[in-house]
Each structure stands twice: as structure tokens, then as C-alpha cells.
Design a protein around this ligand. Structure first.
Ligand SMILES: NC(=O)c1ccc[n+]([C@@H]2O[C@H](COP(=O)([O-])OP(=O)(O)OC[C@H]3O[C@@H](n4cnc5c(N)ncnc54)[C@H](O)[C@@H]3O)[C@@H](O)[C@H]2O)c1
Length: 378
């Protein structure tokens, strides 16, 4: 596959970041990946669709997403719309024989995520879900350390995703505050990344207890009307893993002072690793086998020797940033598309495995009880 013809649905925040990633991936990786042809873009808002053509390089606009999924000159559908639209667009795209890149969370609940996996299973199409952080070099390096046994058995796993962009009660009502459109609030929006990271690093979560809170329960729409907020601003999870590890997850988009505080700490029987996005080019590693007079966390500064950064960095310490995370994800997807594999990307199945945990968390928070995670067969 030398050229990948893409149709984009949704030209908001993620539509822009994905477009940037395609363009930068071509610059950085050249002939090592297929060329992306940005064929067609649709957005409810024609101003945004037109902007994507004028400023971002898409060739034409479509009036509806159905025109994009049905387009004969498109191979891949990139879904960057609100959560409640993912299933219909992805199912239609698969029916039209397209590969599908879908932003997270894959669906509003595990039932719908499972429907998508079933539909994907009956095709040979690549189906990717937008869990971008697990592809970040520091995270892949943490996984390498775990796989090599460098921290022993993980006993304790903690993850957090704290932001403060919704702490202000004057932030306008949007689809993200509406359970019917988003599925959940901080839990699905940012907690889903934590769940994916911990399941990628430690293995499946088997049971949860949880507390969900809404701090601002009404918000004003841009048209002035006031609407109920029906999702969580903060969710705390106590999780047990199939491996025997236990841990916690805290997701809040109302965490004053925290700007993009995604992080995790894994404490093992021989050592530990910890990572925080606000120092995203560093991985902290504690090796319990170090000489006693030198024990302590060391800082690994990411550079060309680290997995996934090898063909981007020229000099260690120069640093990669948020947009680069999507460039790395685009590179991995384009490579897999060319090779006909899904070796390095999160797939719809990973999206389902997160949705199953999210469902259990919502149930646990409602009932105040321990809820086992129901895993669906595939
Ligand atoms: N992977 C990540 O780290 C990450 C980060 C942010 C958002 N997301 C996900 O990306 C998705 C989009 O989020 P966003 O922040 O870009 O939202 P956004 O509101 O900025 O953009 C969504 C766009 O979709 C358009 N849209 C809505 N319904 C549509 C429809 N039926 N047909 C055509 N266009 C439609 C809207 O007009 C809007 O421009 C969400 O699922 C979100 O959870 C993922």
C-alpha cells in the first residue's frame, strides 16, 4: 500500500491534531510509510470543514459523514467526532470495506464496543482505537522493563489523569457534559487512557470499586440556556488485576492547577517505574538490584535508543511533545496498514477491554460495591 487515501469525519480538536500528524509523519518518515492522501472531510459545521480544506490540505468537503464512508476514492475512515457517533460511522465504514481509525472511547458502553469488534472480526480491515499514550516511547520503555523482569512482579499500579479545564463553572455546556452523547465524563474522556495504560502495562483489570462525583451540575449553553450536567467531573477507582496486582486510578477534569497531569507508577517486587506527562521525555526507574549505596530512582531521558523514538530523535534530550504522540501513532498505523498487520497499534479489541472496565466502574459507583469486570468473548 503506497498511498493511503483518508476520509476524515470531524474537523474539531482531534481532526486538526490527526491532520498535523499525517503531514508531520510524511516529513519525518518519508518512504518508510505510505503517503497519506487527505481526500475528503466532513463536519457538521461547514466553517470547520472549509477550514480543513483551506488551511489543512484536505482536497474536498462532504456534506455528511455518510458521503465520506461511501466514497470510492477513500481507503481509511478517520473518526474524530463525539463519542455517541463512533459506532454508526465505524459500522458503516466497515460495511463499505474501509479501514477504520476511531477516536477513544470506542463506544458509549461495552455492548456497543462489542458490536464493533464483532463487525471488525468479520472483515480483514484494520481497526484502530485512539489510545495514543500507550505508544509513547516512555510507556513502551516501561513495558520493556516489565517484560525484561527489571521491576519483578508488579504489585501496585497507580494511574492518574488530572486536568483543570472544566474546573470553572462558566465553561459552556457541551457534548462532553451530556451522558447520552459522551457515555461518561472524566471517566471516559481521560480515565479511559489510564485504564488502557494500566491494562497495557499490567494486564486485565478483574474487579473495581469506585466513586464518581459531579462538582458543577448545571452549565450554560452557548445559546444562553442552562442544562443539566449528567456526567462525572471526577472518578476514583480501586482496581484489582488478574495478575494479583492492585491499584488506583484517579481521573478528574476539575483538578485545579493540573494542566495535563497524566501519569502512572508501577511498584514491583524488584523495582519500580514512574512516569508523568508533564515531564513526558523522562521515565523514572528504580532498580532494587543496584548497590546499596547507590539505590534510588534514576531518570532515563528519552532519545534515539528508546523504542518508538529511534527514528524521530537525532539527539537525546531534545524532547518530543503532545503533537509528536499523534505523529508516532500515525506512523505506527501507517506501517501496520502497509504490512497488513496490527502489531503495534491499539485495536477495537483494546477499546472494548477499556469499555468493559468503564461499565464496571459506573455500576460500582452507583451501587457502592465491588463489581467484577465482565469480559465478552470474541
Ligand atoms: N486520543 C486522545 O487523546 C483524544 C483527545 C481529545 C479528544 N479525543 C476524542 O476525539 C473525539 C473528538 O473530540 P474533539 O475534542 O475533537 O471534539 P470537538 O468537539 O473539538 O470536535 C468534534 C467535531 O465533530 C463534529 N461533528 C459532530 N457530530 C458530527 C457528525 N455527526 N458528522 C460530522 N461532524 C460531526 C463537530 O462539529 C466538531 O467539529 C472524541 O471521541 C474524544 O473523546 C481523543
Amino acid at each position: 500500500m503506497e498511498t493511503v487515501r483518508v476520509g476524515l469525519v470531524g474537523a474539531g480538536f482531534m481532526g486538526k491534531i490527526h491532520t498535523l500528524a499525517y503531514r508531520n509523519a510524511a516529513m519525518l518518515f518519508g518512504s518508510a510509510i505510505p503517503v497519506v492522501d487527505p481526500v475528503v472531510v466532513a463536519d457538521f459545521d461547514p466553517v470547520l470543514a472549509d477550514r480543513a480544506v483551506r488551511d489543512w490540505g484536505w482536497s474536498r468537503t462532504a456534506a455528511t459523514w455518510q458521503e465520506v464512508t461511501a466514497a470510492d476514492d477513500v481507503d481509511v475512515i478517520d473518526i474524530c467526532t463525539p463519542n455517541d457517533t463512533h459506532v454508526a460511522i465505524a459500522l458503516d465504514a466497515l460495511e463499505h470495506g474501509k479501514h477504520v481509525l476511531c477516536e477513544k472511547p470506542l463506544a458509549l458502553d461495552a455492548h456497543d464496543a462489542h458490536r464493533l469488534c464483532e463487525a471488525a472480526r468479520s472483515t480483514d480491515r484494520l481497526t484502530q482505537v485512539g489510545f495514543v499514550y500507550r505508544q509513547w516511547p516512555a510507556v513502551v520503555m516501561a513495558r520493556r522493563l516489565i517484560d525484561e523482569g527489571a521491576i519483578g512482579d508488579v504489585r501496585t499500579a497507580r494511574a492518574r489523569f488530572l486536568l483543570d479545564y472544566n474546573s470553572d463553572p462558566d465553561v459552556a455546556m457541551s457534548w462532553r457534559f451530556d451522558r447520552a452523547r459522551a457515555g461518561s465524563g472524566a471517566l471516559g474522556d481521560i480515565g479511559s487512557h489510564c485504564i488502557d495504560l494500566l491494562q497495557y502495562l499490567v494486564g486485565p483489570i478483574s474487579e473495581v470499586t469506585a466513586r464518581m462525583q459531579t462538582f458543577v451540575d448545571r452549565r450554560r449553553r452557548v445559546d444562553g440556556a442552562v442544562a443539566d450536567v449528567t456526567v462525572d467531573d471526577q472518578t476514583e477507582i480501586l482496581a484489582h488485576f488478574e495478575s494479583g496486582a492492585s491499584g488506583t486510578i484517579l481521573a478528574s477534569w476539575a483538578a485545579t492547577g493540573h494542566k495535563c497531569d497524566l501519569g502512572f507508577e508501577l511498584i514491583g517486587s524488584r523495582g519500580s517505574v514512574r512516569f508523568g506527562w508533564e515531564q513526558s521525555n523522562e521515565l523514572q526507574f528504580y532498580d532494587g538490584d543496584d548497590p546499596a549505596d547507590r539505590l534510588g530512582f534514576r531518570t532515563i531521558l528519552l532519545g534515539p535508543t528508546h523504542p518508538g523514538a529511534d527514528d524521530i530523535h537525532t539527539v537525546a534530550g531534545q524532547g518530543l511533545g503532545y503533537n509528536d504522540a499523534f505523529v508516532i501513532a500515525a506512523r505506527n498505523t501507517l506501517r501496520d496498514l502497509a504490512a497488513g498487520t496490527t502489531g503495534s497499534i491499539p485495536t477495537f479489541v483494546d477499546g472494548l477491554r477499556v469499555a468493559e472496565v468503564v461499565d464496571a466502574v459506573i455500576e460500582a459507583a452507583a451501587g457502592g460495591s465491588v463489581v467484577p469486570v465482565t469480559r465478552r468473548a470474541l
